[in-house]
Write a protein that binds this ligand. Structure first.
Ligand code: F6R
Ligand code: ZN
Length: 199
């Protein structure tokens, strides 16, 4: 991919990233996400009639000289699969390398984090707030609102993203619709023992 000329500026909106063809575009529809929801029958039921967009993101991986910064914008659409809210796949940064900053532009959600050492945290996401993600913690974002959840992410270059363990094991918590909005519940299929075999 063509390297973006530096310095540059770009509005923090999906429209700007789309029209500037900024970075690599990634589209995640429900079919791509089917292993990431605990209610498999709810997934199948929706897929009979449609394959909705769950989220899209643009990522500009820095590949120039020196250190640089990689940067992306994510837009999670509003919606649910059964009682679970639309969410990203979530990933670890390989070798626990590279912290990351998220900055929420629009919408509301939850940032789910956990480390292989057993630490876990869930943080509310609100527009105008910044979130610091340590390189040791897997991270997933969940749209708990009724409009798009849009955020910018910035991370060091030359970092690989590991999705494999998340497909197998999920996150410790599920975000589901409760009587008055989103609530967190324990994920019955999550198993910390599986992580002990990973570095
Ligand atoms: C990059 C990062 C974000 C995510 C994006 C999509 O390190 O954390 O830019 O890549 O929000 O989520 P995933 O990658 O989990 O599909
Ligand atoms: Zn990341």
């Amino acid at each position: 991919m063509e390297q973006i000329q530096i310095p540059f500026s770009i509005p923090m909106t999906p429209e700007a990233f789309k029209s500037n063809k900024f970075g690599k575009y990634n589209l995640r529809k429900l079919i791509d996400m089917k292993d990431h929801y605990s209610d498999k029958s709810a997934v199948e039921k929706i897929l009979i009639n449609e394959n909705p967009i769950v989220y899209e993101f643009w990522e500009n991986e820095y590949s120039g000289p020196g250190r640089g910064l990689s940067l992306g914008l994510t837009c999670i659409h509003p919606g649910k699969v059964g009682k679970e809210y639309y969410q990203t796949k979530g990933h670890f940064h390989v070798d626990n390398k590279g912290d990351e900053i998220y900055n929420v532009i629009q919408g509301e959600g939850l940032l789910l984090l956990y480390s292989k050492a057993g630490k876990q945290e869930e943080i509310r996401m609100l527009p105008g707030s910044l979130y610091y993600i340590p390189g040791t913690m897997a991270h997933r974002t969940v749209n708990t609102g009724i409009s798009n959840l849009v955020f910018v992410s910035i991370w060091p270059p030359f970092i690989d993203h590991d999705y494999e363990i998340i497909v197998k094991n999920g996150f410790p918590k599920l975000v589901v619709e409760g009587p008055d909005g989103a609530i967190l519940t324990e994920n019955p299929s999550f198993n910390y023992a599986l992580l002990k075999t990973q570095t």
